[in-house]
Design a protein around this ligand. Structure first.
Ligand code: ASP
Length: 316
């Protein structure tokens, strides 16, 4: 059995309000990559590590997700992209922080994983490492879309409102904006029974320069070991403080996958970190829980592709 699951970020309060005009484009992106990569996983021509890398790359290419092209803008109106990846069988990991010119941060993270040391690279040296390993480089302005610029302008004007707190600023992207979500992630199980996980993000609109969220922190936003692979999305600070992705793996040993994922999201929430996660174990069990109004998500398993945004999956 093979599995490929992806998420495209979680956010929003209250009941599901239905698709926005931009959602069909996000759904089409997820369906296309799931069908393509799912079939290749099934055929055994793709392993779990490359499957999650290609899945995240496809979502980094989609400007309506908050990763790669179309990443959200920091307090100075620039992109700073984070990504990480982990291979289950040997817990090899790679992570990049605050990249500004690398088209596919997840590919740079995968190159670090393959090199073996160091695990994490931050800032310009991360972009330089990527360039040296032939990961495509772009001008940093190439990543900035009109939509993200408009969201940033809105953030900036609200931030200047007297009395706005840092916390409100940080939450804007998740709770105030219809189109501000979109961190992306993938988990996979291949025909050899091996799992991998990857996550990539532009972070949060208006984030302080130098802020590091959970996405590139191994064990917080991303985790894979011989039994399980996990990718998280939500307000990153709370996922760091609960070591959320790794916690799913620890609880999973005792209480099973569904209960483990539920317990971890419950630990994260009181710290201000409502969000969601996707996880797969070596038995092919998959969970995709979220506590927000929505989580963009999709699943390929047993030749069947399903995508969802609100509470229900739609089979395609
Ligand atoms: N976790 C990401 C961060 O805090 C954001 C998100 O998942 O939406 O950078």
């Amino acid at each position: 059995m093979v599995v490929l699951a992806v998420h495209g970020g979680a956010g929003g309060d209250g009941p599901w309000r239905g698709m926005t005009d931009a959602d069909p484009q996000r759904v089409a992106c997820m369906e296309a990559l799931l069908n393509d990569l799912g079939e290749r996983l099934q055929a055994g021509t793709l392993d779990a590590l490359e499957a999650v890398t290609l899945a995240v790359e496809a979502m980094e290419n989609e400007p309506l997700f908050n990763a790669g092209l179309g990443s959200v803008l920091d307090e100075n109106g620039h992109v700073g992209m984070d990504a990480s990846i982990m291979r289950g069988e040997d817990q090899a990991a790679g992570s990049v922080i605050g990249l500004t010119t690398t088209r596919h941060p997840v590919r740079a993270a995968q190159q670090l994983l393959k090199q073996g040391w160091p695990v994490m690279l931050a800032g310009r040296p991360g972009d330089e490492f990527a360039k040296k390993h032939e990961v495509e480089q772009m001008d940093s302005s190439w990543f900035e879309t009109d939509l993200r610029r408009a969201q940033w302008q809105k953030w900036k004007s609200q931030r200047l409102r007297p009395g706005a707190t840092d916390e409100e600023d940080a939450l804007l992207d998740h709770d105030g904006e219809e189109d501000g979500w979109g961190t992306v992630g993938a988990v996979a199980l291949d025909v050899h029974g091996r799992v991998a996980a990857a996550t990539s993000t532009g972070g949060m609109t208006g984030k302080p320069v130098g802020r590091v969220g959970d996405t590139p922190v191994i064990g917080a936003g991303t985790w894979a070991d011989p039994n399980i692979a996990v990718s998280c999305t939500g307000v990153g600070e709370a996922f760091i403080r609960t070591v959320a992705a790794h916690s799913v793996a620890v609880h999973h040993r005792n209480v099973g996958l569904e209960e483990a994922a539920r317990m971890v999201l419950e630990e994260v929430e009181p710290l201000g970190g409502r969000g969601g996660l996707i996880a797969v174990n070596v038995d092919g069990e998959v969970v995709m829980p979220f506590q927000t109004m929505l989580m963009y998500r999709g699943l390929y398993a047993d030749g069947v592709c399903k995508v969802g945004i609100g509470p229900d999956f739609v089979q395609s």
